[in-house]
Write a protein that binds this ligand. Structure first.
Ligand code: 4AD
Ligand code: MG
Length: 429
């Protein structure tokens, strides 16, 4: 089957081909109907001239509305006036399905476009982003498999969360409380003692009311866990997987990212190592810019913006203060005020792409920090078995795949990185 990209490549000029697709634009001028046809690979003008197709075919072309599904057979000709430089001169034209009046016109509100997301995903821009998404997912799998990691799968229905109770989605599990997974981490730590190097990409759920441009309530999480590895080892993998995804997109999706406003050359230059900065030094750098952050507090959007300003690669912030950090992060033996934890921060207001750490292996420290955070160690007793039976040093991280896509595609809002976004305000269509 011939697709529009093949026509636009020039290799079919002068040939007779059949194309199938949807009407993207249409106008009738005198005895000609100019239909801009859309398929999954691009758009192309089809010229239907009265007298060159059967009369009922010309009539059908003239009355078919936007998004009608059509088939056209004709000759490919080069024509500078046509968008893309080529057109199809029809000899046969058939409407497969006449569309009703399409609800999307120009300049519609964001809210309306979200209401009819199932139709809006047909736009050129959405298709470009979804093609990048396809390449990013493949690149993540390729990176980890290439580094000897096993793909393993955790459950989505869980008895407890790893990232604290406030963002858990609760569900009724035959009369008992269960929760949608926030992270595979507990399962990953157990699996790392069996498979050593493990990774996975799957959905995570966060009941976060934050209405920001970078939070979804359902997002795809690329996570890895590695036995015998320390923080610096997994930071290398975080840099490696981000760089690999950028390279692949630059190679395979250069037209798409260029159209979206991200030059492929920018992505090509995203190679390891990234800049590393300790949390305390980040605070100093911010103070020098006139921004005061209370020690121990997480960095906010404006501070992340200031840290990444003018940088062409993400920045790795390490050694966060132990206060307010997840209970499982290992205390830094050199100074237990800090954890061996890190975030990878991207520019363009995307912020935290990756969060990871070395894991605390000391059973007593772990149970104490669980209690300190108001959690009952009994609730995750099975997880504590990882420390009772052959515990080893290990580390891992989680990366928000939509955030990576948002950054790669330079999107203003994370919701466009996924076809059907889930946010606090909506879960339909
Ligand atoms: O920093 P987080 O909460 O870390 C964890 O869940 C660890 N257990 C991961 C691990 O070590 N295996 O989340 C990891 C990443 C964040 O850096 C961010 O990119 C993304 O997940 N993320 C979100 N993405 C979109 N919407 C949200 N609401 C997100 N919350 C986190
Ligand atoms: Mg985090």
């Amino acid at each position: 089957m011939v697709q529009i990209k093949d026509v636009l490549s020039g290799k079919l000029t002068g040939r007779e081909v059949e194309l199938k697709g949807w009407i993207y634009r249409t106008r009738t001028v005198g005895g000609k109907v100019f239909v801009v046809l859309r398929d999954s690979t691009g758009v192309l003008q089809i010229t239907i001239t009265k007298g060159e197709v059967r009369p009922e075919q010309f009539e059908a072309a003239a009355k078919a509305l936007l998004e009608s599904a059509v088939k056209a057979f004709g000759t490919v000709v080069q024509d500078k006036r046509a968008p893309g430089g080529y057109e199809l001169r029809a000899m046969d034209f058939a409407v497969v399905s006449f569309a009703e009046k399409f609800p999307i016109q120009e300049d519609q509100s964001e809210e309306f476009l979200l209401d009819i997301r199932h139709l809006w995903i047909r736009s050129q821009r959405m298709a470009q982003i979804f093609r990048v998404r396809h390449t990013v997912f493949a690149a993540i799998h390729e990176y980890f498999r290439g580094q000897g990691f096993w793909e393993v799968h955790p459950p989505m229905i869980t008895p407890a969360g790893s990232e604290g109770g406030s963002t858990l989605f609760e569900m009724d599990y035959f009369g008992r409380k269960a929760y949608l997974t926030q992270s595979w981490q507990f399962y990953a730590e157990a699996l790392a003692l069996a498979m050593e190097k493990v990774y996975y990409i799957g959905p995570s759920f966060r009941a976060e009311k934050s209405r920001t441009t970078r939070h979804l309530t359902e997002y795809w999480h690329a996570e890895m866990e590695e036995a015998w590895a320390g923080m610096d080892d997994v930071i290398k993998h975080a840099e490696g997987v981000i760089a690999h995804a950028c390279q692949r997109v630059a190679e395979e999706r250069s037209d798409e990212v260029r159209a979206l406003g991200r030059p492929p050359e920018f992505l090509k230059a995203v190679s390891p190592p990234f800049e590393h900065i300790r949390y305390d030094d980040a605070l100093k750098a911010l103070r020098a810019k006139g921004m005061e952050v209370e020690w121990g507090k997480d960095l906010r959007t404006l501070e992340e913006r200031a840290l990444t300003e003018g940088k062409t690669k993400p920045v790795v912030v390490t050694h966060y203060p132990v206060v307010s950090q997840a209970f499982y992060k290992r205390r830094d033996p050199a100074d237990p005020k800090y954890v061996l934890g890190f975030d990878v921060i991207a520019g363009d207001d995307v912020g935290e792409l990756v969060g990871g750490s070395e894991r605390e292996t000391d059973l007593e420290v772990l149970t104490k920090s669980l209690r300190d955070q108001g959690q009952d160690p009994k609730a995750v007793d099975w997880y504590l078995d990882t420390r009772r039976y052959g515990s080893v040093p290990h580390s891992g991280f989680g990366m928000g795949v939509e955030r990576l896509i948002q950054w790669i595609c330079k999107l203003g809002h994370i919701r466009d990185a996924i076809p059907f976004p889930r946010t606090p305000a909506r879960f339909s269509p």
